[in-house]
Design a protein around this ligand. Sequence first.
Ligand code: AMP
Length: 180
Amino acid sequence: MEKEKIEFVKSKVRNIPDFPVKGIQFKDLTTAFKDSESLRIMCDALIELYKDKGITKVVGIEARGFIFGSILAAGLGAGFVPLRKPGKLPAKTIQKTYTKEYGEDTIEIHEDSINENDVVLMHDDLLATGGTMAAALDLVKTMNPKKVYINFICELVDLKGRSLFPADVEVTSLFDFEGE
Ligand code: AMP
């Protein structure tokens, strides 16, 4: 993605200090989503990144990962799989509890949502500590997909969330924020 386009999208991200708890600099991406030009730039850039990877399923992480997860699935001609908070999915699930930047959480996925023929793209809006995506990766891997890719729109590099992922999993983000 061209540098000025990245800067344009970044300029649309709103920073909310002390949300949801004191000390967190919350990156509000809704302001980047509501701008049609910014939304289009992100959409085109992400499709370009993954269009030749043979992705068959996009896993979106509740809730903010559903927004671009579905856009990506449709754009890549893949299926969409929601990874949700406990008690929301109606059929048989597998689940995992993990620690995040502010608190603890549990995630679930339908146990029949992915199979060994799938090439999976896992998507969330933002990489902070990486706890959410690392737990999600563990869950998805128990279903033995052929290959897994991980993508975020935005990365908080100082939190070093990337270090949680194994070297054989390609991790991308469209842009990052430092020092916050
Ligand atoms: P983590 O597991 O720490 O990487 O947290 C990632 C999840 O929490 C993502 O789903 C984000 O939407 C959300 N999140 C964590 N920290 C922030 C932040 N500083 N700004 C915006 N969203 C955040």
